[in-house]
Structures are given as C-alpha cells and as structure tokens.
Design a protein around this ligand. Sequence first.
Ligand code: BES
Ligand code: MN
Ligand code: ZN
Length: 496
Amino acid sequence: MADLYQYRETPEEPLDCLYILQGTGVDSVGRMELGPKDRRALKAKARALSPRGAEGEVISGECPLQMAHRVTFVGLGDEKELTHAKLRKALRRVVRQATRNHEYQIGLAVPVKIRGLSDAESRVFALLEAALADYTFDHFKSKKNEFDKIDGLHIVPMAGETEEELGERLQRIRLYANSVRLARDLGNRPGNDLTPEALASMAREVCGEGSGIRVTILGPKELAKEKMGGILAVSQGSDEEPRLIVLEHRPKKPKKSIVLVGKGVTFDAGGISLKPAKDMGWMKYDMCGAATVLAVLNAVAQLELPFKVVGLIPAAENLPSGGALKPGDIISMANGKTVEVDNTDAEGRLLLADALVYAERFHPDFIIDYATLTGACVVALGHEAAGIMGNDREFLDTLVRMGDEVGERVWPLPLYEEYFSYLKSDWADMKNAGSRWGGPVTAGSFLEQFAPAKASWTHMDIAGVAYSERERSGLPVGASGFGVVLTLSWLESLRK
Ligand code: BES
Ligand code: MN
Ligand code: ZN
C-alpha cells in the first residue's frame, strides 16, 4: 500500500512522475497550490502537450519542475458530470500506468469537483479514492505484486488549502482508507482460511487491547444459554463452531447508542437446500456485512466518537451434512418466536434475527444491519446500489442522501405489513422464506419481527455491491468494503 504524503516543492529526490487530473476545459494547474515560477513552467508545459481533459485521456511529457522527472495529464471528461465512479476509474488508470512504468514515488494533483458535492467534500473524497486506488489482494500469491507497487503518493495542495488543512484531511483519509482495506481483505479471504473462529480472532486482533473496544465472543455454549436457535441451526451442518462476536465502544456518558449488525456467514453452500455448483465459490463473500461492521468499529475507536457503538457479528458456516438443518425443521429463536425452515439457503435472516434480539440490551437509538442477504436484491438493483428497508423513513432518507455523497449508494424498498403474510406458516410463527416474489422485502419483513421496536432500524441488503466478479466502476475485483465509508460519515455527522 502506498503511503500518502504532503507534497514538498523541494523533495530530497525528484518524484518519478507528477500526475495531474483534470476535466475538459478545466485548468487544473491553475487550481494547484504552487509557487509562481513552478506554475508558469507547468502552464507552458500544459500548453505544449495540450491535453483536452477528455475521459480516458493520458498524456505524458518531461516535467519542467525540479520535483519530478515526468508529468502526466489524466482526463476526466466533463467536470459537471464527474462522479465518484469516474474519478475512481481515472485514479486506477494512474496506478496502472505508474506500475507499468516502475514509478515508485508519484505526485498527485486532484483539484476536482465531484457532481453534487461542495469543494471541501469533493476534496476529501478525491483523496480517499486516491488512497484506495492501488488496492489488490495478494495475500495468497507466492509472487507478490508489491515490488511493482507505488511506495508513496505525494498529494499536491489545492489553491488556498493550507498545509495544516491538507494534513488533517490526509489523517482522516488514512483512517477511512485503512478501514476500507481491512473490510476488503476480510471479504477476500476464502472460507477455509476465514472460519467463524478465525473471524473472532481477527476481531480480537483488530479491536483488541489498547483500542478501547471491549471484545466478547460467544461460543456454542453461550449461544445455547441465550437460546439463539437461529445461529445454532445455521451452523449445525458444519464442523466449524458458530460465534457471536460482540464489539463495544463505550465512552463515558454516551450521547447516543448505536448497534451495527453484520452477517458473518463465512461460507454459504446453501445447506441441504444446496446451491448449484456454478458460482458457489462467490459465497465466500457471504461475510461481507461482518467485514463492514468490524472495519467500522476499528475506526470508531480511533475517532473517539461520543456514542456507544456496538458491533454484533453472528458468524457461522452453512453446509449440508448428516447433522444439518433440514427443510421443514422448526426452530426457536432468541426471543422465543418459532420459525419453520422452508429453505436452508435462507440462513442469513436466521442468524441476523438472533443478533437483532441481542441488540435490545444496548438500548439502541439506531440499528443498521448489513447483509449479503438475497440474490433477488441483485436482480432488482444490479450492482449500483444496496437495497435499504426499515421503520424510520427519515433515517432511510438520510442514508440515501449520504450514500450519494460518499459514493456508496443505497436505495429504499418498502416494508408493507402485507409482506409478512408471505411468510405464513401452518406450523410455526413464520416461515423463513416465501415464494419467488418480493425476495428482498420478505427477508426485510422477517428481520422486522426481531428488530427492537423502539430503535430506528435499517436493514441494508448489500448482496449486489459487497463484491464484484470483475473490476467495475474503478473498484477492484472481489470485496469492495461497501458501507464502511457511508457508516463512518453518518456516525461523524451525528456529532454535529
Ligand atoms: N447469501 C445468499 C444471498 C446472495 C445471493 C448473496 C447472491 C450474494 C449473491 C443468501 O443466503 C441466499 O441464499 N438467499 C436466498 C434466499 C431464498 C432462499 C429465499 C436467495 O437469494 O436465493
Ligand atoms: Mn443462503
Ligand atoms: Zn447467505
């Protein structure tokens, strides 16, 4: 991972290349904080190279400044239409070219304005995208691509941006970017490596001593004591024991209480309702909700937020075996409600339900759960937004607005009371799955039966956005870390 530095006009050694991002008709050099001499020289060079700023354009030449050997202009297209995705793609292009050219120290000028964002917000997210642009997951490769990776990104200040201001921004960005990277790394780890138990050790490691977070891990015995029939049922076909991971950030006199719940199915074969072999491998990503919660809690401790923030991660592996849960089985959940298991592949809601019941003891004002819950949500929204459902319209609206701002889009789906009738069981209080119709919302309706009634609760179905089979919109293959930035931004906004 490349470190972020503040640009110095007189570096000890010249940088390998200075990258300047700009849109059509935009004079980025004019927007950079540079001494008059450097500015004049760069402007002359820009005139000579005459980049147009078109999307995808990359033009390089010799750098007229002391500070770098070469200069490259990277086009963004019409700036009025600039989105997070376009910026991500352009920065990914920068990283690719730098890697190909063996440039280890690069300068980066991203004086851009993202559509719908203020100058200050645009700045923060431009820096964040820059900090994430070189992400790859090579943990299991013998030959690391690290050698070819960039060592340092030297960020050029924008006109009017003081050194202090940029320094503060970079500090915040480092924290955000590290959390996103952590979520991606966790998501990308395969099922044999990241078992429920391994996830619990990771939680201990990340949020362990010194972080101020209290970590409690419940195993099968404790889960039985809590009557968590959902978590136990999901795991009973696997040799891997289930866990409920509890992470608590508890400042003195907290102003609010917030609980974040993340689906931690470390592999989802579907159980006895076995999934088809094709594409089953992607189900190692069925713990991306858990990864988001863990990564957020890691940052929460460092941000010293004045709220109680609790992370709950029910973790289990969903496999078929002689001891596995079967269709038709009736189980009893942590709040005593009974569920007829119609489909063992609808396992996420079973383990989330127990965690939602457990959330009540923290007297939450807000609850968000994150889950790769339904394929039907991917059918509905594709890979462009997560589906959100809940009991507080205002909270949903806030998340939609903030999601747009930070480039992690969410879109509301309804929770009409009629949906619960789709889950009617002849033998138990409810079934865990309905017919084909209304996949995401029947899942939401199921969860609603277990969410503490007094809290503002949002369920986020991240099945379509948590990972990708290929590089998409400038995001890498694999886990995206979706939800980390949105949640941290929302939590920080509660401070005001
Ligand atoms: N983990 C899956 C959902 C999923 C599907 C996530 C595709 C990402 C991509 C979940 O446990 C599941 O299997 N859901 C079922 C529910 C159905 C049986 C009611 C589904 O979506 O088919
Ligand atoms: Mn499933
Ligand atoms: Zn699942």
